[in-house]
Each structure stands twice: as C-alpha cells, then as structure tokens.
Write a protein that binds this ligand. Structure first.
Ligand code: NI
Ligand code: MN
Length: 228
C-alpha cells in the first residue's frame, strides 16, 4: 500500500512501508505545514521540482541530516552539492530507476530561479513510480495540452497532484481541464491557501472535476491518502 502524506503547499511524502520519498519540502514559513524539518529520518530521496523557495524549502537541512538523495535537474542538484548534499542530476524527459522507485521528469510551464534569484535550470513535473503505483506531481505549472501525453504514455496514473491556487499556477478551471487531459484515477489539489494570493475554494474545484466525470479528493494538510 502506498501512503501519500500531504504536508501542505506542494510538499508530499510517499511511503510504501520500505521506502520514503519527499517532494518539495517547504515547511519553515509554510503556515499549513504539519511537520518540521526535524521530523524526518530514514528518508531515501528528496525530489525537487524547481528552484523556488516554496519548493526547495527545508531540503538542504533535511538532506544533510538524513543523507537522503536529492533528485532534481542538473542545476538544482549542483546547487545542493555546493551545500554538502548528495544528489542525482536529471532533466526534463529523463527517467531513471532508483532503489526507491522510478523517477520521470516532465515539462512544467513556470520559472526556476533559486532562493537568492540564482538561475536553477527549468521547472519540472514528475511521474513517480513507487510500490507499483504511478503518481504525477505537476510541480508549479500552467495548464498545457501535453498533459494528455503524460496520461497516455506514463499512465494510467493512480493519482495526479495538481496546483489549483491560481496567480502563480493553474487556477480552478485550468486544473479541472488538467484532470480531463491526464485522466488519473484520482486528482488531488495542492498549492492553494498557503498565502492570500493563492486563496481558492478546493470544494469548487472538486465539484467541477466531478461534473466532468473525474474523481477528486481534497486532502487536508496533515492528511494522508492511501492507494492499495
Ligand atoms: Ni514556483
Ligand atoms: Mn510554488
């Protein structure tokens, strides 16, 4: 069974009973976070979708303390290496099998400067293959039609984790269309209500997804979604 723990914003933790993978651990300064950087041990990997501070977050501290492998684009992995973290560089379109599962990076339409404004390559989404399940974490992105290709080629997706907060990423209606294109077994919203500028009603999104025949699940920060 795959457990997906939502730590608020775009931070997800995946556990299958053997392995533990964290994506975009923005905890310090995240008012929705239910855990702190000190909460993690026995972590296999930290996947980073892009360089923005609300995605790199506490990853340096967590990677250093746990020894977790940082998996991201070439520029971001070098940035972590210069801070004493071990990593594995990849890039958009690349896939690789790791002991904890499979990582395939996809496009995302967004930016990827670092916390100090340094250029950190291109933003990405990721399809994670863990415990025989396929999970798409879209990172921060606008809607793009190639989501259809992601669903067709790397699916069927057991879950799609999609930003719905608008302003910086897809808003509600674009994220409803994304569910249509991806056709996942379940779609779960993220990247909303952390800050005033991305305040939206996830129930409105869920209603609209259902009206199009999709299956939404709103997971509260601190909550867990299980896929058996
Ligand atoms: Ni961003
Ligand atoms: Mn963001």
């Amino acid at each position: 069974m795959l457990k997906m723990h939502f730590h608020g914003h775009s931070c997800w933790e995946f556990t299958d009973g053997t392995h533990r993978v964290l994506v975009d651990p923005f905890l310090t300064g995240n008012p929705l976070a239910d855990v702190t950087a000190a909460s993690f041990d026995g972590l296999d990997a930290i996947v980073i979708t892009h360089g923005h501070g609300d995605h790199i977050g506490d990853a340096v501290e967590i990677a250093k303390r746990t020894g977790a492998l940082v998996v991201s684009n070439f520029e971001i992995v070098n940035w972590f290496a210069s801070r004493g973290c071990k990593g594995h560089p990849m890039n958009i379109g690349g896939g690789r099998e790791f002991p904890f599962g499979h990582v395939k990076f996809t496009i995302a339409h967004h930016g990827s400067t670092g916390p100090e404004g340094e250029p950190l390559g291109n933003p990405m989404g990721v399809v994670l293959g863990i415990d025989g399940k396929k999970i798409y974490h879209a990172g921060d992105t606008a809607l793009f039609y190639d989501m259809k290709l992601i669903g067709e080629m790397y699916g069927p997706l057991d879950a799609a984790l999609l930003p719905i907060g608008d302003n910086f990423t897809m808003g509600i209606d674009d994220a409803v269309k994304a569910v249509e294109l991806l056709a996942p077994k379940v779609a779960i919203p993220m990247h909303y209500n952390t800050f005033d500028v991305i305040r939206v009603d996830p129930k409105e999104w869920a209603r609209k997804v259902e009206s199009k025949g999709g299956r939404p699940a709103v997971v509260k920060p601190g909550g867990t979604y299980e896929i058996s």
